[in-house]
Design a protein around this ligand. Structure first.
Ligand SMILES: NC(=O)c1ccc[n+]([C@@H]2O[C@H](COP(=O)([O-])OP(=O)(O)OC[C@H]3O[C@@H](n4cnc5c(N)ncnc54)[C@H](O)[C@@H]3O)[C@@H](O)[C@H]2O)c1
Ligand SMILES: Nc1ncnc2c1ncn2[C@@H]1O[C@H](COP(=O)(O)OP(=O)(O)OP(=O)(O)O)[C@@H](O)[C@H]1O
Length: 521
């Protein structure tokens, strides 16, 4: 239930208006009216006893008020926990149901593979009939994330390459998984070893299918795309998927490209992750955002080639595409797991929290702004039901760390290494001198609510696209999505990130001060 809905049910002190950036007026409860009435009447006499008595009464009234406030807030909290528990239980029941049907589906697929051994990848345990045992504790196996072996429209089984993700550190060549170690020995808490090192992807069977996504209306991209398709087919014998628009372009060039596959409807796009081993993007950052937006669930590894003006997420040079793809197809690949945010728009008219529109997944950010309205936006923000602040200004950006170099940066937010899991909370032109940007940890749920008394609606946009109006009473709820976007690194996450801000932004570029001058003696 929305915090303001809790308020509107109006049973507790938490329903007080949050005037002035949410400072709660907690003096709305007067549990002992009788005592108050006595106190309201001015003390006429100057008798010491009378004064003492009235002070004692004041103390009693204060204590009673505190007790009543405490009780009301405990009741509200209990109601909130009960509500959360019920929602969670419903969700789990739904989830269990979905899991069960997925499992049954997977069992069917395993059966199909067992019955047609020629179609099984050789090096994968799952395909060898040990489903569920292939993923050791030392990494993440693709079969846990990407369900493979979905039959295509012509009933062929598409083999999906199996891979393993593991932590990798430069000075340790062993494939061992590193844990975050918290030691409680002798009461000392230490983090002895950090796990967040470079992530490495190792193919366990060869990639078979590549999806190529291209920036539209670019001749250089079109030329590179047809060259790359030929090379991948002739030299690597891969299955190639492209967008319907691109297939038309390729066929206009030559009927040779008849082997290139595409899709007919959105349903097929939703199943793409079950067929595609690798996604190649030819364009700028916008094309990477486009690629990510096509996958509403798990995302196959993306290899982003730079054909835009700036490229914060596109480290690969298109001139060297053959060498790059050779080494990517062979593996291992350094990977940046880019976190995404999952956004739900909750309409005031909805009957409950989960009656929402389709969730939107963003790789950069969700922006809530004033749109074409000239009024100040007024947005109430909550973090896990705790009131954060009320944004009064042009709007608010909730950004991933990958998006930290995009709009959030322009609005004054900090640049954050993309491997850091967090949600940036960056105001756009706040009309308050003290509103500094913030970063929340990954586990929180943020809620941005357009107050009922707002002068105008607000507008939400997702990675700069798909604008949605938020009327007074509507809210946007945002949390970390369970499906990150794995992008291949040219070098590693840190070097790629630093190179992008040096080359893309000329970050902290200044002529070095000369040695030739005054010196401290
Ligand atoms: N004032 C601003 O800086 C501003 C305003 C609106 C949108 N944007 C950004 O544009 C993004 C949409 O990109 P698009 O290419 O579809 O639109 P676009 O074609 O308008 O390009 C926007 C610019 O943002 C850059 N960009 C995108 N993602 C980036 C990232 N993660 N790090 C650094 N730069 C990045 C692109 O390279 C491009 O130069 C939005 O997600 C938003 O972050 C920025
Ligand atoms: N396959 C695609 N289909 C439709 N639109 C796309 C596709 N790929 C990219 N776009 C859109 O095209 C626009 C430009 O793409 P992109 O940012 O990759 O190129 P760019 O503008 O040349 O790069 P840069 O912003 O670095 O100069 C973006 O808004 C993006 O969403």
């Amino acid at each position: 239930m929305a915090p303001n809905k809790l308020n509107s049910s109006g049973k507790t002190s938490m329903s007080c208006s949050q005037a002035e950036n949410g400072f709660v007026n907690s003096f709305s409860l007067f549990p002992e009216k009788a005592v108050e009435e006595i106190l309201q009447s001015p003390i006429q006499g100057s008798d010491d006893h009378l004064i003492e008595f009235s002070e004692a009464l004041r103390t009693v009234a204060k204590a009673l008020r505190q007790v009543a406030e405490g009780k009301a807030s405990a009741q509200a909290e209990a109601a909130e926990w009960k509500r959360k528990f019920e929602l969670e239980r419903d969700r789990n029941l739904k989830f269990e149901h979905t899991e069960k049907s997925c499992f049954e589906h997977q069992v069917d697929l395993d059966d199909m593979r067992t019955n047609s051994p020629a179609k099984q990848p050789t090096s994968c345990n799952v395909a060898n009939g040990q489903s569920g045992k292939c993923c050791s504790r030392n990494g993440i196996c693709s079969h846990e994330v990407l369900k493979d072996g979905t039959p295509t429209s012509d009933s062929k089984i598409v083999k999906k390459a199996s891979f393993k993700l593991s932590w990798f550190c430069k000075d340790d060549q062993s494939d061992q998984y590193k844990h975050d170690i918290v030691s409680f020995e002798r009461g000392n808490i230490t983090t002895a070893q950090r796990s967040s090192k470079q992530i490495s992807l190792k193919w366990q069977s060869c990639p078979q299918t590549v999806l190529i996504l291209t920036k539209p209306n670019s001749v250089s991209v079109q030329i590179l795309c047809s060259e790359m398709v030929r090379w991948l087919r002739q030299q690597k014998n891969l299955h190639i998927y492209v967008e319907p628009r691109v297939r038309v372009e390729l066929l206009a060039e030559s009927s040779y490209f008849n082997f290139v596959e595409t899709w007919n409807d959105d349903e097929e796009v939703l199943r793409l992750h079950t067929k595609v081993d690798l996604v190649v993007t030819l364009g700028g950052d916008g094309t990477v955002l486009w690629a990510a937006s096509m996958f509403k669930g798990p995302v196959p590894p993306i290899v982003p080639f730079s054909l835009g003006s700036l490229g914060f997420m596109t480290p690969f040079y298109s001139e060297h595409y053959k060498e790059c793809l050779e080494s990517i197809l062979k593996g291992p690949i350094s990977i940046t797991l880019r976190h995404r945010l999952q956004c739900h728009v909750i309409r005031e008219a909805a009957k409950n929290e989960y009656e929402t529109e389709e969730p939107m997944l963003v790789l950069n950010e969700v922006t809530i702004d004033r749109g074409i309205s000239s009024f100040l936006t007024n947005l109430e923000c909550y973090c896990d039901d705790s009131f954060v602040t009320c944004v009064q200004g042009d709007g608010l950006i909730l950004s991933t760390t990958s998006g930290s170099t995009a709009y959030s940066l322009a609005a004054g937010g900090s640049m954050v290494h993309p491997q850091v899991p967090g949600i940036l909370f960056t105001p756009i032109c706040p009309h308050s001198l003290s509103f500094r940007p913030m970063i929340f940890p990954e586990h929180v749920t943020l809620r941005v609510q357009v107050p009922f008394n707002s002068r105008s609606p607000a507008w939400a946009s997702f990675d700069g696209k798909d604008r949605k109006q938020l009327a007074p009473g509507d809210a946007l709820v945002c949390s970390m999505a369970p499906w990150p976007v794995p992008t291949a690194c040219l070098d590693d996450s840190t070097n790629d990130f630093l190179r992008s801000i040096h080359e893309g932004l000329h970050w902290n570029l200044r002529k070095t001060q000369s040695f030739d001058g005054p010196r401290e003696t």
